[in-house]
Design a protein around this ligand. Sequence first.
Ligand code: AKB
Length: 316
Amino acid sequence: MNPKILIIGACGQIGTELTTKLREIYGVNNVIASDINTRNLELVNSGPFEIIDAKNFNAIKDCCKNHNIDTIYLMAALLSATGEKYPMEAWDLNMNSLFHVLNLAKGGAIKKIFWPSSIAVFGPTTPRENTPQHTTCEPTTVYGITKQVGERWCEYYHNKYGVDVRSIRYPGIISHKAMPGGGTTDYAVEIYHDAVKTKTYNCFLSENTQLPMMFMEDAIKATIDIMTVKKDAVKIRSSYNVAAISFTPKEVAASIKQHISDFEISYKPDYRQAIADSWPKSINDDSARKDWNWKHSFSLEAITKEMLFQLNKKYN
Ligand code: AKB
């Protein structure tokens, strides 16, 4: 039987494409999209949609009851850069929304939860190359702190109350549909849009800042893979490292130049540089590969080709 799914934060970068994919798999009426507002009209009009503030326990609970929801994907969050501007709001949204869904599942109403963590759980004292699954996590951003603490609570609710919560640590996600908002890795999306629109990009990170990244199609696959694998295969109930590729702004610019030879990049690092410098350069995801067969497909070259193709259709 198909699950009955609620996606909270469905209008965001990942939520938008996750909603489409889950509807393809399980049917439009089995996937209820929700967000705090209707900013993404295409998504809002594409199937059942509810306005839900993720900080409001009763709103989530009522929606679950009204639609017989058994599975929640909690995608609402304030990301790393916005979190530094609004630390208390980031704490409030990121933590309370998680407690709401964990508590609904603890009460038995919800059978399965997906909650995204991030490479932001790592910090300056973490080994930066091939960062292990289990290692020092001393995040320096509010966002990172909420994700690290959230991981602990997920594991706790699983061990103590049997809650089936599953999680992966997303790297920077590259996509051409909904724009990301408020993240440190957002440059890797903006650069493609500006390359197609103006053939120039002013990067807010320095040229050699290497960060782990992933194409949206791989990120959606990882999300659905971990949610559909048998319960016993999910051995880590905090959050899994998942990796695809790592690159610097200079490398992505070079890959764009292969297609747009007069593309020019300039660099003006801002406060996000310190955040990027505290994160890993590359991630070891052996556990995800072993436990639930995780595999990525997209290389930097393949991402560049697809991004430029899609954005050319959009802008030109
Ligand atoms: C961010 O940059 O804040 C996010 C993330 C890596 O979780 N994209």
